[in-house]
Design a binder for this molecule. Sequence first.
Ligand code: SF4
Ligand code: SF4
Length: 430
Amino acid sequence: MKHRFFGGIHPKYNKEMSTKSVTLPVIAPKQVVIPMQQHIGIPCTPLVKVGDRVLRGQKIGDGEGLCVPVHASVSGRVTAIESRPHPTLGSVPAVVIENDFQDEAVWMPIPETPEQILHTIREAGIVGMGGAAFPGDVKALSAMGKVDTLIANACECEPYITADDALLRTSPEQVLKGMQILARLLQPEKIVLAVEDNKVFAIAKIRSVLENYPEITLRILPTRYPQGAEKQLIQAVTGREVLPGKLPVSVGCAVFNVSTFAAISRAVLRGFPLTQRIVTVSGEAISQPQNFSVRIGTSFRDLIEIAGGLNEKTERVICGGPMMGVAQSDLSAPVVKATNSVLCLLKDQNGAAENPVCLRCGKCVSVCPMRLQPLYLYRYVNAGRLEELERLHILDCMECGSCAFTCPGKLPLVERFRKGKKMLKEAKAK
Ligand code: SF4
Ligand code: SF4
């Protein structure tokens, strides 16, 4: 039976820019900067000191509680432990490593039992790689025995980004094997790989090996933004609606990104910690848009140079996509585990008008996938009416930008909603 999620839009996807090349060059620069916080939760404490020699895959930071370790992504010498720019968190403590280009590595033991597999997922530093960066072992543990459907998210619905597409084109079996591993832990009745219908070559690659994985179903969904958001994907695949404030497990589902499944497969079957990921470097302002297999800690500047450099008229460099990404002010920020794209644009495509006016057309309401009322939220943020913002569930806004994209008045909706959510959270904390 076909389902669809409420709302959504059809932006220009521009994905063909970065999919012309079929190769995935490996990027291991002279220096990597490994932030001690690359996940939701408690930051890591460094386990090394300046002057230490480290090997690729060696644990260099770890902590207690909601925390997963970070690893050296190259072999070399630790030259600094200090605060450095982070693409989404401002500045955070980081371990700086000079690459000796020996690529000497340490690997983890191969696990056998479900408990050992869960432990390996943690020790490999695996987090949600679609952007959420939630510790993978904690998410898996919270879903064990509670879900009937396990979904692999290959929608990648943001314009320009093709990192998951490149993964499926080059290594579909890594993803499928990772799905088998998690299914062994979660014991779901259904295992679904969900992909949007604009990824024609990736779909062909999956189909070419799918007969070896009879327990996995391929679901091809009509392309629509923001289908890759967890709640929207669950609705599109199962018809179940996750209520505000609830988690996917409340409707018997667990969703992991395909890159996360591939990382699980590499860790569990080959003993590789998470030290590398695929990153799309794209946008009109970059000379040679392409996907790269990038060592964690590579600076955006290094990556951009390898992709041919920036056009002098570049207006914005974004970590992530044009809809939900974070604008960068310092290109020394490094690729972290959740970085799927570095996007370089000639102009801000969702820029607000100088004198924005609400025309009360209601288009924003019809596209909001969370069934919110953006025009009223905008008005109440400007008026500082916190009780109204709470009544209209502003905290459910996932900042997808569908409303701003469709707004003919060019109101700075998402920017105001971020401000409104912050105001409300601060007031609640008091
Ligand atoms: S789409 Fe823009 S102009 Fe139309 S009602 Fe919403 S905020 Fe107002
Ligand atoms: S940004 Fe928020 S209010 Fe706007 S469409 Fe997305 S969820 Fe709805």
